[in-house]
Design a protein around this ligand. Structure first.
Ligand code: G3P
Ligand code: MG
Length: 348
């Protein structure tokens, strides 16, 4: 169980015996706006030496770029990279599994290819590479000539007959039509070779597809919650089922509310506790801390936290609206904003 691990690493520095995991969109920021109480909330925890991590279902940039950007938006507060994870961070673990071509989906330009390379993927291919060679694969694609020149890698030969090993959806696609068509082509191909079609159907696609988040909705600065990667997944699922005349697509899904993502976040918190231990006295207090997840989305943040044995605080600054059906994702408490959530966790 998790508790003994924490017990070993708990230090006197955290005499409040509590730790926090924060969602980002709808809790710390909202599109181009920053939640006014966010900086003070994190500062308060730093002052109290309480461990915290950020766990977002967002993504699309490297972890380093993302923490730098966030730090700037939060008044310069330090956000160490090892206190941050995004939806696709656990994809690092797939590097040894998929050594051949991998279709990288989503994000701006070729940003997610850069992330994939940083993680160690050897042959990441993006939509622009395929459109460059075969513009008619999706005749309505949205790529301009200069974008193809900028983002596509001409050294990639998509017609070499080598199969794709897998499809990894890093982030919400920017040209959904292109991505939908190419993904379905590969799922229904002969062993992952682009431009082929397999003869028979089953629920298992020709190559695996991994989604990094299944949020139907997320919260930006538009007044109503927006469709997220989960809406894209629903589209792929529906088209697969329709095309195969009834087979439901098998896929791998991570991100909140799934355990794999909470395990990853848990390990980051354990590491933080370890660090504190090095700077603390030997007379460490021995008890497992309570972890509070602060989130705005009942279906991901709250459901996942409850299932993982954490406490959960649902805030009113994002997806959740008062009176909405919580559909089995009942938080420990509902509060106005992230600062109230931190104060609540510290006091309880
Ligand atoms: O695309 C972002 C989104 O689905 C959720 O982000 O920070 O609320 O988990 P976050
Ligand atoms: Mg959120």
């Amino acid at each position: 169980s998790r508790a003994p691990v924490f017990r070993r690493f708990l230090t006197t520095a955290n005499n409040k015996n509590v730790a926090f995991a924060f969602d980002i969109d709808g809790v710390l920021i909202k599109g181009s706006k920053t939640i006014p109480q966010a900086q003070e909330a994190l500062q308060l925890l730093n002052n109290e030496k309480v461990p915290w991590v950020l766990v977002t279902n967002g993504g699309g940039k490297t972890e380093r770029e993302r923490v730098q950007d966030l730090s700037q938006r939060l008044g310069g507060i330090d956000i160490p990279e090892d206190q941050f994870m995004q939806s696709h961070t656990p994809f690092k673990r797939l590097v040894d599994l998929y050594k051949g071509k991998v279709l990288i989906v989503g994000g701006d330009g070729d940003d997610c290819r850069k992330v994939a390379k940083l993680y160690g993927f050897k042959n990441p291919v993006i939509g622009a590479d395929i459109i460059r060679k075969h513009p008619s694969i999706w005749p309505f694609h949205r790529y301009r000539r200069e974008e193809i020149e900028q983002w596509a890698d001409p050294s990639i030969n998509v017609d070499d007959g080598e199969p794709f090993d897998a499809i990894l959806v890093f982030n919400d696609p920017r040209d959904m039509g292109t991505e939908i068509q190419i993904i379905l082509d590969l799922l229904l191909s002969e062993n992952g070779v682009l431009g082929t079609r397999r003869k028979t159907h089953t629920s298992r696609p020709s190559i695996p597809i991994h989604f990094s988040n299944k949020d139907l909705l997320w919260s930006n600065d538009y007044p109503i919650a927006r469709f997220g990667q989960g809406a894209f997944k629903a589209t792929i699922d529906t088209l697969y089922e329709t095309t195969t005349e009834g087979y439901k697509l098998e896929s791998v899904v991570i991100g909140k509310p799934f355990k794999e993502t909470y395990d990853y976040a848990h390990n980051l918190l354990v590491k933080k506790f370890k660090e504190n231990q090095n700077i603390s006295s030997i007379s460490a207090k021995i008890s497992a801390p309570t972890v509070y997840m602060v989130g705005d989305n009942p279906a991901s943040d709250i459901l996942g936290a409850n299932g993982y044995g954490w406490r959960s605080v649902l805030v009113r600054t994002g997806v959740y609206q008062d009176g909405a059906d919580l559909q089995g994702a009942k938080p420990t408490v509902i509060l106005d904003n992230v600062l109230d959530a931190v104060k609540y966790g510290l006091e309880n």
